[in-house]
Design a protein around this ligand. Structure first.
Ligand SMILES: *Cc1c(COP(=O)(O)O)cnc(C)c1O
Length: 392
């Protein structure tokens, strides 16, 4: 690894909640020669990934794949469906919801931001209330983050859908699943989501660089009259080209090789097993945190994320100093606290290509790091996790 650090033996532990560890199979797949994206070989690849990605969103709707980070896919969802000045309802679950909110405002949307304390998920009853008060249907879209990566909190999207249905409100529902896709059960069709936003570098186990929009029929119809300026993000030319397995501009060909392999791997394991593996490893991580006597950012038992755990340090201890110690001593990267949680919180990523021994190593690095950084805690977190994973 390049940089000013001296060589550190062994494999680096990349335990941030994205980008995640890219499995060797995917690295090997990406390592192919770049081909003519307008040639016959590409067409087969294009069809395969465009079809194969749908079950990951649990949808039969088309999924647009951009050469972009998740932020681009956020923007795409908004500019394809809305018009300047449209009112949008968003819920402040944490830093990612706040960034999406800021992006929407910069685009000229009129955002109603339901304030939150960054320790809870979306409150469906507040969505219901806002929609019931919106007698003239001025709100055109409800936007939620399914798994808030800054706090380690997963929101109940089915409950948001129900609130919208109960209010009989016609707004579109748009959901960011960037850190839950292929890690935590997410159902685009069943939950009646109109646009689902995804990214490549988290549960999909790929490097950064692909952004996704799963596009429902109602969202597609809205795009016919949506008046926001769009060109690169326009769904229209994408969906037309995609019918022939092609893209309107140069796709990220080698990342699509990787996606093809990732879809094969997820198919081999089975999506249900993928969710179960994440749930089990996440529970073990939470048991470790509890045994250390530390607190998670998430306060509701039922909202604890299965893709990452955000942990608060006791007052007077800096989480970034702790992370620096862990990196220097144990060659492991942990996620930093974001926004208002900066310096107060570290985040353990346990998503993507991840197993029991990787979790055991990760938790060992945290436990040794807590000792090395003189942070008050109880020993035994690793043991608590192992006892859960391997009873008797
Ligand atoms: C990572 C992430 C993003 C941002 O994605 P980028 O690829 O960094 O643009 C947005 N939302 C959530 C929930 C994320 O976890």
């Amino acid at each position: 690894m390049a940089g000013n650090q001296p060589y550190q033996a062994g494999r680096h532990f990349l335990q941030i909640p994205g980008p995640t560890n890219v499995p060797d199979r995917i690295l090997r797949a990406i390592d192919g020669a770049t081909i003519d994206h307008r040639g016959p070989g590409f067409e087969r690849l294009g069809h395969r990934v465009l079809d194969g990605i749908k079950p990951i969103f649990q949808t039969t709707d088309p999924v647009v794949i951009y050469p972009a980070s998740g932020t681009g896919a956020w923007e795409a969802a908004l500019v394809n469906t809305l018009s300047p000045g449209d009112r949008v309802l968003m819920a402040e679950t944490g830093q990612f919801a706040s960034l999406w909110h800021a992006l929407a405002e910069r685009l000229g949307l009129d955002v109603v931001f339901l304030r939150g304390d960054w320790r809870h998920g979306v409150r469906a009853e507040e969505i219901a209330q806002a929609l019931e008060q919106d007698k003239n249907s001025r709100i055109k879209a409800v936007c939620c983050v399914h798994n808030e990566t800054s706090t380690g909190i997963t929101s109940d999207i089915a409950a948001v859908r129900k609130a919208m249905d109960d209010a009989g409100h016609p707004a579109l529902l748009m959901v960011d699943t960037i850190s839950s896709l292929a890690s935590i059960d997410y159902r685009h069709d069943e939950w009646g989501v109109d646009v689902t936003i995804g990214g490549s570098q988290k549960g999909l186990m790929l490097p950064p660089g692909l952004g996704f929009n799963a596009v429902g029929a109602k969202a597609l119809a809205a795009s016919d009259t949506a008046a926001m300026t769009r060109s690169y993000w326009d769904w229209g030319p994408m969906l037309t080209a995609n019918k022939g397995g092609a893209f309107p501009y140069t796709p990220a060909t080698n990342l699509l090789y990787g996606l093809d392999e990732a879809l094969t791997m997820l198919g081999e394991e089975g999506l249900v097993n993928v969710f179960h593996r994440h749930a089990r490893l996440a529970e073990a991580a939470r048991l470790a945190v509890a045994a250390w006597g530390l607190e998670t950012v998430a306060q509701n038992e039922g909202e604890m994320s299965n893709s990452l755990t955000a942990v608060m340090l006791p007052d007077g201890h800096n989480a970034d100093d702790f992370r620096a110690t862990v990196l220097e001593r144990f060659n492991m990267s942990l996620g930093n606290g974001l926004g208002r949680l900066a310096g107060k919180v570290f985040r353990i990523g346990h998503l993507g290509d991840f197993n029991e021994l990787m979790l055991a190593g990760t938790l060992s690095g945290v436990e040794m790091g807590l000792a090395a950084a003189n942070i008050p805690h109880n020993r035994g977190g690793v043991q608590a996790a192992l006892d859960y994973l391997s009873p008797n």
